[in-house]
Write a protein that binds this ligand. Structure first.
Ligand SMILES: Cc1cc2nc3c(=O)[nH]c(=O)nc-3n(C[C@H](O)[C@H](O)[C@H](O)COP(=O)(O)OP(=O)(O)OC[C@H]3O[C@@H](n4cnc5c(N)ncnc54)[C@H](O)[C@@H]3O)c2cc1C
Ligand code: SF4
Ligand code: SF4
Length: 556
């Protein structure tokens, strides 16, 4: 049924309020403010740029920061470039990294690596909560007169031919008569900046529609799961940062672990696992619980209790997988642009920098009143000439080498990369989309049985549902499920051959195996996007739910 929708006109709409787009909005408005002041003082000639009610940021989380999760170690240089006075402005830094180490874990033992590889040297970097950081950045954007629309999801792009002309926002609260209490808006704009984070929904649609990824390597992903523990006798120093490899990773499942002490009493424990796992019973949440049973970690959390949880994918295809990032009326920033440096395990700094470069191109566009595809494409030139690309080039073979297994056979390839700036003796390593790598139960397990797992005690071994509670996740039930299974018959085949991987890889127990098939508990969804990427049959369609639902992260 067609609904009356209000139409509002903007110059720039930022979709997604993460570090990429908030930095972009702040940088753009700072550049324009300085330009207007210079014109007013006579230092420059020209017309002032009016941005009142012309620039908006749309964020689907209930508040800015609600959906943002990270480790988070931030390389501060780029923040100093964006906001030189960030400390005076009250940037919520929990600690600076003062002590760091790296271990190879076996199931019960550990070997300390005698040196920290240069790309993981975090000394002096900031430890912070991304959700708090985003809350803080959003206030700065708001002071700069950016219209901040939280609880608002952009659900479709609007086109005139192939030119993007705006977005359509979410309809809210489905009534019994099939009408929505609050219909979404038509937001028109000269440019839409997509900074939706990892595997963004509108980003994926436009990449497919305009073939922005032709001749590029596939976008591939990792999932990060993390818990925060409140501990009584923290043996770690505030600001201590530990990285691990080895256990619980094994053949067919690769990744690494991290332990960050963010205060005298709070420790972050997390894992980053490649979605290229071959194991049809891959369950990142369970791997996190196994990781915490290592004696080294038990020693840290034994008197503690879990308080926060979250999960999110992050792109790790890097250099070879970056799609074309501009087209008529649109630019793509941050994780949506695949700019994570997986070797450094970091993407906040590249997200911020990409947002700033996009802002500089938009600022020029405002000055010369030219928002054409040609003008926007200057963003890609700037990115290619920036340190983001030279860093990504050095990381270009990192993920596939780790996925081969560390220390062997991937370790020597990683050593070769350090010596040569990213090359391998066997040429550039190829990757496959994550959905295609899962083996069926027979192929992967043969005669073995998938492992069973000790019962949760919700202290050291936390159940998924308790962790969903710790993430604050909920969705208004007066809406259609935002998750759709394309074909239930396909699920039937998958249940018999693969034992329904979605019931395990989803870090929030959204998918449940029932007698008649798969039940979808959409309300638990953390918006991590794993199911979008890892269902072996690509049988899941993840649409944007009503804004305001999803996790309510506070410290993640
Ligand atoms: C567990 C984990 C640990 C990590 N550790 C580190 C680390 O230590 N250091 C580091 O630098 N990086 C780390 N990263 C990576 C880092 O968090 C990301 O690279 C960074 O957050 C990317 O920023 P972004 O702005 O591109 O996307 P995001 O931070 O994901 O923000 C995107 C925003 O867009 C919103 N959104 C999406 N679609 C829509 C829509 N259609 N409408 C409205 N809103 C929408 C989302 O709700 C979200 O708030 C880690 C990631 C994870 C998951
Ligand atoms: S949704 Fe995908 S992973 Fe889940 S049972 Fe169906 S086909 Fe298998
Ligand atoms: S349903 Fe999909 S997006 Fe939601 S938490 Fe599960 S895997 Fe993540």
């Amino acid at each position: 049924m067609d609904m009356e929708r209000e139409v509002i006109e903007f110059d720039v709409i930022f979709v997604g309020g993460g570090p990429a787009n908030l930095s972009s909005a702040i940088h753009l408005t700072n550049l324009i403010r300085q330009y207007n002041e210079d014109i007013e003082s006579g230092k420059l000639q020209g017309n002032q740029i009016d941005i009142e009610d012309k620039i908006a940021v749309l964020e689907k989380g209930a508040y800015f920061g609600a959906h943002n999760i990270s480790g988070a170690v931030l390389i501060p240089d780029v923040l100093s470039e964006l906001l030189p006075d960030h400390r005076e402005l009250g940037c919520p830094i929990d600690a600076e990294v003062t002590k760091e180490s790296m271990y190879f874990f076996t199931e019960q033992g550990k070997i300390k690596v005698p040196f920290i590889p240069p790309f993981l040297d975090n000394h002096g970097n900031y430890l912070l909560s991304l959700s708090k950081f985003i809350g803080w950045l959003s206030k700065i954007a708001e002071k700069n007169k950016v219209m901040m629309l939280e609880g608002t999801a952009a659900v479709e792009m609007l086109y005139d031919g192939l030119r993007v002309i705006g977005v359509h926002t979410d309809d809210k609260r489905l009534q019994e008569d099939g009408e929505y209490e609050t219909p979404g808006y038509i937001l028109k704009s000269k440019v839409v900046v997509l900074g939706e984070g990892s595997s963004g929904t509108l980003r994926n649609k436009i990449v497919d529609k305009l073939h922005l990824d032709s001749n590029r390597a596939p976008s591939i992903y990792e999932i990060g799961v993390k818990e925060i523990y409140e501990v009584k006798n923290n043996p770690l120093e505030k600001g201590e940062c530990i990285h691990t490899f080895g256990y619980p990773f094994r053949k067919g499942l690769s990744g690494g672990g991290f332990i960050y002490s963010i205060s005298e009493t709070q420790v972050v424990i997390g894992l980053i696992a490649h979605l290229s796992s071959e194991d049809p019973q891959f369950d990142p949440h369970r791997e996190l619980q196994k990781f915490k049973q290592h004696p080294f970690i038990i020693d840290i959390i034994k008197d503690g209790k879990p308080t926060h949880y979250g999960a999110r994918t992050l792109p790790c295809g890097g250099y070879f997988s970056v799609p074309k990032l501009t087209s008529d009326g649109v630019m793509i920033t941050g994780d949506s642009a695949n700019l994570v440096d997986s070797r450094k395990l970091k993407g906040i700094h590249t997200a911020i920098k990409s947002g700033m470069l996009a802002a500089e191109v938009l600022f020029e566009a405002f000055k010369i009143n030219d928002f054409s595809a040609n003008q926007l494409s200057k963003y890609e030139e700037k990115l290619k000439n920036s340190w983001i690309y030279s860093d990504l080039r050095q990381s270009r073979n990192f993920t596939p080498a780790v996925a081969m297994g560390v220390p062997f056979p991937g370790g020597p390839l990683l050593g070769f990369q350090i010596l040569t700036g990213g090359a391998t003796p066997i040429g550039d390593l190829k990757t496959k989309p994550d959905y295609s790598t899962t083996k069926d139960i027979k192929q992967y397990y043969g005669e073995r049985l998938p492992e069973s797992f000790p019962k949760a005690d919700d202290r050291i071994i936390v159940s998924k549902l308790t962790d969903v509670y710790f993430s604050g996740t909920a969705h208004d039930e007066r809406q259609k499920s935002h998750i759709r299974l394309k074909d239930e018959a396909v699920c039937g085949k998958c249940i018999s051959d693969y034992k329904a991987p979605c019931t395990l890889f989803c870090p929030a127990s959204v998918y449940e195996l029932e007698e008649n098939g798969i039940r979808v508990n959409f309300s638990n969804c953390l918006h991590c996007k794993t199911c979008d990427l890892k269902c072996p049959f690509r049988n899941i369609v993840w649409n944007l739910p009503e804004g305001g639902g999803g996790p309510r992260y506070t410290l993640q």
